[in-house]
Design a protein around this ligand. Structure first.
Ligand code: HEM
Length: 464
C-alpha cells in the first residue's frame, strides 16, 4: 500500500493521525500478535505521520518518520514518559534508571552517567579482551579445516561471562557464576511472557504475581540473592566491580544510591545489557558468515593492530570498517526493535497531529531503519553506507538503535566495544560460513533475535 501523499489529504485530514480500523474489542492485537514487526511496517506504509490504531481498549500510535521520532525522543518529559510495558517491569527491576520517570530518573542518570562515558568504559577493556582470548584459544583447538559451532550459544555465553565479571568481579566462585548464569537464562526466557501478561492484565494486576508467573519469580529471587551476597561481601573500598562502583557513587551535592537502589540497578543493568548485546553479536556473526568479502576486510583491518591483544583504541577510529559493519548489523537487526512512550495530557502535537492523552506511542528502529525515503536498497546488507564520507543516514533519526535524546542507551559505548572487539578478533583468526541449507528468520521477544540457533562452520584463517 502506498503512503497517503500530502496533497491527497484534505486540510482537516492533515491535522489528525491516519486511523487504521481493527477488530471490535481486540483492535490490532491479532495482527500484532501474529507478526509484530511486519504489521508495524504495514502501518507505516499508510502515512508518514503518526498512524493511530487500537490495541484492545488502548489507543496507540506508530511514529515512523525520522522527523516524528526526533520530536518524541528529544522532547521527552513532560510530553512523553516511559510507557505501560516498561512500568510492568517495576516488580522485577524495582525503581531502576531504565524504568523511572521525572526527578528520580534525572537523579539516577546524573549519578550513573559518569561510569558509562566513552572514556570510563575503557576500564572494562581488559575484561572483554581476556574473555575473547579464552574463546579464541578454545576455538583454536578445533579442526583447522572446519567444525560446526552453535554461535547463538557461544555469543550468549561470552556476553554473560563479560557482564558477570564486570558486575561481580573476577573472584566469583564457579558455582556462584554457574547459578547466576542459570538464573539469568531462566529470567530471559520468562521475560517476554511477563511483558505480554502485564499488558493484557493491566491496572492493579499489572505487577501482580499472576502477571509475573512462578518461573520468573523463582529465577529472579535466585539472581537477587546472588546480587545481595555480592553487596554484603563487598567492602566497597576496592573499585573493581560495577556493584562496588554503584555503592561508591556520590554526586557533588553528596547524593548516593541506597542499598536497595544498588541492588535494583545491578539487576536492571544486567538485563538491559545482556540480551541486547548478545543478540547484536549473534547477528554480526551471521552477517560475517554470509559475507566473506566483508569478513576479509575486517580481518585485514584487525591485523594491522597488535597481534595478541588489541590495544586501547577508539573502535570507530581505529577499526572504521568493523565499526561500519556493526552499525549496518544494528540497522537491519536492531535488538531493541521497538521503544514505547506514553503521551500525557500536556503532549503537544507530533508532526502537527494531536495525540490522545495516555495513548501508547511506539517508535520502531526495525521500521524506520528500512524506509526507502532514507535508505537506498534498505534490505541490502551494505556496511559501506556507514563509512565516513558516505551520505547515510540521511537524517539523524533515521537510525536510532540505541534510542536518542536524554534517555539514549547509557550502555552504548560498552556494548559497541564488546561487539566490535569480538568481531574484529574472531574474524582475524577464523573464517565462518553458514551451515548449508540454514534459513534464519526473525523472532521477536524482549529483543529481536534469530528464530533458531545459528550454526556456523568455523575454519582457521590462513595467513594471507
Ligand atoms: C547492542 C546493545 C544494546 C542496545 C541495542 C541497547 C538499546 C537501548 C535502547 C534503544 C535504549 C533506549 C530505550 C528507550 O528510549 O525507551 C536503551 C536504554 C538503556 N540501556 Fe541499552 N542497549 C544495549 C546495551 C546496553 C548495555 C550494555 C547496557 C548496560 C550495561 C544498557 C543499559 C541501558 C539502560 C540502563 C537504559 C535506560 C537508560 C535511561 O532510561 O536513562 N544497554 N538501550
Amino acid at each position: 500500500m502506498k503512503r497517503t501523499s500530502e496533497n491527497a489529504r484534505s486540510s482537516s485530514e492533515r491535522d489528525r493521525p491516519y486511523f487504521i480500523k481493527g477488530w471490535p474489542f481486540l483492535g490490532q492485537l491479532p495482527a500484532l500478535a501474529n507478526d509484530l514487526i511486519g504489521s508495524l511496517r504495514r502501518f507505516a506504509e499508510r502515512d508518514d505521520r503518526p498512524v493511530e490504531f487500537k490495541i484492545m481498549t488502548s489507543n496507540a500510535y506508530l511514529v515512523s518518520s525520522p522527523d516524528g521520532v526526533k520530536e518524541v525522543l528529544t522532547r521527552g518529559e513532560p510530553d512523553f514518559t516511559k510507557g505501560i510495558l516498561t512500568s510492568s517491569m517495576k516488580a522485577a527491576f524495582g525503581d531502576s534508571l531504565a524504568l523511572e520517570n521525572g526527578d528520580e530518573w534525572r537523579r539516577k542518570r546524573k549519578l550513573l552517567q559518569p561510569l558509562f562515558l566513552k572514556k570510563s568504559v575503557q576500564a572494562w577493556r581488559p575484561i572483554i579482551n581476556s574473555n575473547v582470548d579464552l574463546l579464541v584459544e578454545r576455538w583454536s583447538h578445533r579442526d583447522a579445516e572446519g567444525s560446526v559451532v552453535n554461535i547463538s550459544t557461544e555469543a550468549n555465553h561470552l556476553i554473560l561471562d563479560i557482564m558477570t565479571t564486570i558486575m561481580f568481579g573476577e573472584d566469583m566462585s564457579s558455582e556462584r557464576a554457574q547459578a547466576a548464569s542459570e538464573a539469568v537464562t531462566s529470567i530471559n526466557e520468562a521475560l517476554f511472557g511477563v511483558f505480554c501478561r502485564s499488558f493484557v492484565l493491566r491496572g492493579s494486576f499489572q505487577n501482580s504475581k499472576l502477571a509475573q508467573g512462578k518461573k520468573f519469580r523463582n529465577a529472579l529471587k535466585k539472581f537477587n540473592d546472588i546480587v545481595d551476597h555480592s553487596i554484603t561481601s563487598s567492602t566497597a573500598q576496592a573499585t573493581s566491580t560495577l556493584i562496588d562502583q554503584f555503592r561508591l557513587l556520590k554526586s557533588s551535592d553528596g547524593d548516593q544510591l541506597c542499598e536497595k537502589e544498588v541492588r535494583d540497578e545491578a539487576t536492571a543493568f544486567f538485563f538491559a545489557g545482556l540480551e541486547t548485546t548478545a543478540n547484536a553479536l549473534v547477528w554480526a556473526f551471521y552477517y560475517l558468515a554470509s559475507h566473506p568479502n566483508f569478513a576479509d576486510r575486517i580481518a585485514a583491518e584487525a591485523s594491522q593492530l597488535s597481534e595478541s591483544h588489541l590495544p586501547d583504541f577508539d573502535e570507530a577510529e581505529r577499526l572504521p570498517f568493523t565499526h561500519a559493519f556493526v552499525m549496518e548489523t544494528l540497522r537491519l537487526k536492531p535488538p531493541a526493535y521497538a521503544l514505547e512512550r506514553r503521551a500525557s495530557s500536556e503532549t503537544k502535537p507530533v508532526q502537527g497531529c494531536p495525540l490522545r492523552k495516555n495513548a501508547t506511542v511506539i517508535l520502531s528502529p526495525a521500521v524506520t531503519h528500512r524506509q526507502t525515503e532514507y535508505w537506498e536498497e534498505p534490505d541490502k546488507f551494505c556496511p559501506d553506507r556507514f563509512e565516513s564520507g558516505s551520505k547515510s543516514p540521511q537524517h539523524q533519526f533515521a537510525f536510532f538503535p540505541f534510542g536518542g535524546g536524554a534517555r539514549k542507551c547509557i550502555g552504548m559505548h560498552l556494548a559497541l566495544m564488546e561487539v566490535i572487539m569480538t568481531i574484529a578478533r574472531c574474524a582475524q583468526k577464523f573464517e565462518f560460513r553458514l551451515v548449508d541449507g540454514q534459513t534464519v528468520g526473525d523472532k521477536v521477544g524482549v529483543t529481536l533475535m534469530p528464530d533458531r540457533d545459528i550454526q556456523l562452520i568455523l575454519r582457521h584463517r590462513r595467513p594471507s
